[in-house]
Design a protein around this ligand. Structure first.
Ligand SMILES: O=P(O)(O)OC[C@H]1O[C@H](OP(=O)(O)OP(=O)(O)O)[C@H](O)[C@@H]1O
Ligand SMILES: O=c1cc[nH]c(=O)[nH]1
Length: 186
């Protein structure tokens, strides 16, 4: 039986470049008259939203930053009832009428983003909602797509994409694919 493996996909320079590109794409597609709110989905969406926010400001744009916890809106709460509640922090002006960009590290089944849309609709009525992800690994189970993608990464369902961020996880920024050992595909 061959052992499982960890395949590096993106390192610090590629992640930096992807976030810079996404921040410019967001600015290009946002009317300067609109209020732009970047909402990171914890865990790793929050520091990614913060980095995008820094880049939007550095590029001369304006944006507000927040976080959106989706825990109570997940559709697997019954099967996994012991999730820790994370932080929802909206900018002072809320989300009504704003262009909201949800930010997450990985887009897979789309169920986290479905939960985020439900969480958001309990908090206000944005003018529009968009989605930015560092990695889209495919295998959607719901009709959800990202507006801004750092990297499209074809994967098998048996694999797992892991994102490590220096500010949260220590070490270096990294995106890796964790491949199961032969015979251990779940
Ligand atoms: O499209 P989906 O199938 O919902 O998968 C994507 C989600 O999975 C991961 O979160 P996870 O639930 O592992 O929690 P974490 O962010 O705390 O790591 C990832 O951060 C995304 O939020
Ligand atoms: O591969 C995956 C699937 C869901 N969430 C992740 O972070 N990685």
């Amino acid at each position: 039986m061959s052992p499982g493996s960890v395949v590096p996909v993106l390192g610090p320079p590629e992640i930096t470049r992807a976030l810079t590109r996404i921040s410019h794409e967001i600015l290009e597609r946002t009317d300067p008259e609109d209020r732009l709110v970047l909402l990171g989905i914890p865990t790793r969406g929050a520091p990614l939203a913060q980095r995008l926010h820094e880049r939007v400001l550095a590029a001369g744009g304006s944006a507000e930053l927040g976080t959106l916890d989706v825990t109570m809106y997940r559709d697997d709460l019954r099967s996994q009832p012991t999730r820790t509640l994370l932080r929802t922090e909206l900018p002072a002006g809320g989300v009504d009428g704003a262009t909201v960009v949800l930010v997450d590290d990985v887009l897979y089944s789309g169920r986290t983003i479905r939960a985020a849309l439900d969480a958001l609709s309990d908090l206000g009525r944005p003018a529009r909602v968009q989605l930015a992800v560092l990695v889209d690994r495919g295998h959607r189970e719901l009709p959800i797509r990202a507006d801004y993608v750092g990297k499209n990464l074809p994967t098998s369902r048996h694999e797992r994409v892991q994102v490590a961020l220096a500010d949260l996880d220590g070490g270096e920024d990294a995106v890796t694919i964790v491949k199961p050992a032969e015979g251990e595909e779940r």
